[in-house]
Design a protein around this ligand. Sequence first.
Ligand SMILES: N[C@H](CCC[C@H](N)C(=O)O)C(=O)O
Length: 281
Amino acid sequence: MHFTKVHGLGNDFIIVNVGIGEGFPDDWSSLGREMCDRKFGIGADGLVLLLDSGQADVRMKIVNSDGSEAEMCGNAIRCVAKYLYERGIVKKEEIRVETLAGIMVPKIIQNNGVVEAVRVDMGAPRLERELIPMVGPVGQVINEALEVNGQIINITAVSMGNPHCVIFVPDLKDIPFSQLGPIIEAHPAFPRKTNVEFVQVLSPTEVRMLVWERGAGPTMACGTGACAVGVAGVLNGLTDKAVTVHLPGGPLYIEWDGVGSVYMTGPATEVFNGEYTVYKH
Ligand SMILES: N[C@H](CCC[C@H](N)C(=O)O)C(=O)O
């Protein structure tokens, strides 16, 4: 099976273009776990499958390293857009990608044919509790108290097609990240679990964040998470409608006018190509 290893700010993925292949195994969950294993497989935060689409240029299926399927992935979609554009598979700069979160539209930003960045229309955030999804009364979840291990943490919940629990803190170095991340990821208030973002506001136009991802744990970057942070910053009156989000792997530029689509701009990097043999155990 031919694959391409890519990353967005160190959030790394294995791309398999299933659309052109045949004889692929149909159990993508176990294959995702196997290929993403950093000791026994290729190693990645997720497996990204490209499939034919009846309504877009391509369909993107995301399998987290734990085998769970995600509705959307921001860093991966930038890499997919670059992958398709550079191979001439899609010969336009605006590419329509079908995902479980809807059709996303990454736009190639190129200079003399070199892809410098990708700007993605990530669609509008979903803010109603039941759309996160989160249990509790009807309404939005903005700066709401959540009990975590006997302590109260104020959270803001945003869905970008996948769930995000955003927590603003005075200083990231004081956060017990490795303890709180997995507890909140699996908190019973989130019936489909959640991604967890801890955010330190540096100014109205700059924040720094750490992310514990649903189904992948701590990653170097999270595109949908950065979008959720941009939205939560506006909702809480902490940041402007355009903000630079500093992640461990680097910055993403997030824009949200408070009503419509969230736009995410950032790099996409191809690292290597290879062949993977699926051994029948
Ligand atoms: N682990 C996430 C999917 C990947 C999101 C992240 N890598 C991104 O760049 O948006 C989830 O289960 O919702």
